[in-house]
Design a protein around this ligand. Structure first.
Ligand code: MG
Ligand code: MG
Length: 249
């Protein structure tokens, strides 16, 4: 596993990319409402990226057609925005965005409620976001990837939900996906040690039911096998001398 450490200059470039990702996610969040389509979200994100002159990371990536991934309810990740996909009250929609600026990537995701959602869905969003925070809190030089995964998994399973195993977080830098893989599960003390200058995307995907997922015939959309709802939160995080710095805030 070849891990590329980043200089402070490179991390500043990633911070600039990360700020744009956050701006786009917040703009999209404000447009989520019953009656909106996932393609409305895509168009809003694309228009803002065009205004800023910033290149989307996902569009064209292995042929992915859009700047956002929009994954509704039992869709876990990699949903394709569509004018036919109308959001309705009680849905949840996961929105994932990546950009590349000056050769460096930022990648983050949020799950947004559509209008009023039921208490189980509300808990799913809360626990998933908390599990991401716990994973980030475990980041410091000398901690291991197992520490990060165990922190995420502990929060998720403590909340009565399950962690997806088939998709994981990743190193990120001059490529969107670099080594190492960053699982959202694991054993404390196991796995690669983190070092200052590493940058990783931590991205728990959490199912209300069982962890199993499958990919639909479109070749992209991953859904829960049992039809349960799924949430996804992601941040790009740099390992610093003292802990973690979130680059996508
Ligand atoms: Mg992402
Ligand atoms: Mg990612």
């Amino acid at each position: 596993v070849a891990v590329v450490l980043k200089s402070s200059q490179e991390i500043e470039k990633m911070r600039r990319a990360g700020r744009v990702v956050r701006e786009v996610l917040e703009l999209v969040r404000a447009r989520v409402r019953p009656g909106a389509t996932t393609y409305d979200l895509e168009k809003a994100a694309e228009a803002r990226l065009n205004e800023l002159g910033v290149k989307a990371a996902f569009k064209g990536y292995h042929g992915f057609p859009c700047v956002l991934c929009t994954s509704v309810n039992s869709e876990v990740v990699h949903g394709i925005p569509s004018p036919k996909r109308v959001l309705k009250e009680g849905d949840i929609v996961s929105v994932d965005c990546g950009v590349v600026m000056d050769g460096y990537y930022g990648d983050a995701a949020i799950t947004v409620p559509v209008g009023a959602i039921d208490s189980k869905a509300e808990k799913l969003l809360k626990i998933t976001e908390e599990s991401l925070k716990a994973g980030i809190a475990a980041v410091r030089p000398g901690a291991t990837l197992g520490d990060v995964g165990a922190a995420v998994q502990g929060v998720v399973e403590g909340g009565g939900f399950s962690v997806v195993r088939d998709f994981v977080g990743h190193g990120i830098g001059a490529a969107m996906h670099e080594d190492p893989q960053v699982p959202n599960f694991g054993e404390a003390g196991r796995g690669m040690k983190l070092r200052a200058g590493m940058v990783i995307a931590i991205e728990p995907m959490v199912n209300a039911g069982k962890p199993d997922v499958r990919v639909l015939k479109d070749g992209w959309t991953a859904v829960t096998d049992d039809g349960s709802m799924s949430a996804h939160f992601e941040q790009t995080v740099a390992v610093t001398d003292t802990g973690a710095r979130i680059l996508t805030e």
